[in-house]
Ligand binder design. Structure first.
Ligand code: NDP
Length: 239
């Protein structure tokens, strides 16, 4: 969590070199689709293994924390990369390696705590306001993220490259509703799981995505003179 603060400040000045900010990234690159699979897959695998081997993995609360995680990563790992149109910018091996490293630790710490080391919670936790509000935020955040990524997908015709101004939905107010939805979803999950590893994940997501949204926003404004002036980066009306 302390590193999340360092990463947040660092990313305000440096941009993670992938996608439109890839520039001349150091080292080799991988095709974007397979790069994403390699980078994201460790997270659901670590979660599933800790669930299967944990002392109280099979409890009702265990299932309730496992399934949203797996649903999110099934889409992010196995569906989304293969639905991108055109030729996405190759992803540096450095990003894939550091992302996979993070995902091993993140999947392991979350699963190990929720399914083994942490307190075993009875089914009454599923009616606790923290769980209910957290899951509601997770679902709303996921919905916003999926819709926003779908809008981006529609911007390129098959085989097309380059960037356009996204329109519709929350793009009316922010440049990166996909990052907004992702951030809200993981803060919701942290509330529902009520654990330090889940809180750390939410902090890491924020530390990564807020600076990247600011960088995307600056990039759009520099690239498109007609870019909507009222649009913010990630928080409607604020940031
Ligand atoms: P981006 O918004 O940068 O790009 C998503 C896809 O849309 C890419 O294929 C990109 O192409 C394309 N695209 C983006 N903008 C445009 C545009 N204006 N015109 C045409 N095509 C466009 O998202 P990321 O790649 O950073 O992230 C993908 C998903 O992963 C998001 O849902 C995000 O929330 C999530 N994520 C989560 C993180 C976490 O810490 N939990 C960290 C990073 C991402 P190209 O690649 O060529 O730019």
């Amino acid at each position: 969590m302390a590193l999340a603060g360092v990463v947040f400040v660092a990313l305000l000045f440096l941009r993670a070199p992938y996608g439109r900010h890839a520039g001349r990234a150091p080292g080799p690159t991988l095709p974007a689709r397979w790069g994403w699979v390699l980078m994201e897959l460790p997270s659901p695998v670590a979660m599933a293994v800790t669930f299967a081997t944990g002392r109280h993995g099979g409890s009702a609360v265990g299932w309730a924390l496992l399934l949203p995680w797996l649903a999110h990563y099934a889409h992010r790992t196995l569906v989304q990369p293969f639905r991108w149109r055109g030729t996405p910018t190759p992803v540096p091996a450095l990003i894939v390696g550091s992302g996979a490293f993070f995902n091993v630790i993140n999947g392991y710490t979350n699963g190990r705590w929720s399914f083994h080391l942490g307190p075993e919670r009875g089914a009454s936790w599923l009616a606790d306001p923290r769980f209910l509000v957290g899951m509601l935020l997770f679902i709303v955040g996921e919905g916003v993220n999926l819709h926003a990524d779908e809008v981006l997908r529609g911007l390129r015709a098959p085989g097309e490259t380059g960037y356009k101004i996204p329109q519709g939905g929350l793009y009316r107010w922010v440049s990166c509703p996909n990052y907004l939805g992702e951030t809200v979803a993981w803060w919701g999950y942290a509330l529902a799981a009520w654990s330090l590893p889940a809180l750390a994940f939410a902090a890491w997501t924020t530390a990564n995505l807020v600076p990247r949204a600011l960088a995307h926003h600056r990039w759009y404004r520099a690239r498109f003179p007609e870019y909507p002036a009222e649009r913010r980066a990630i928080a409607p009306g604020l940031l």
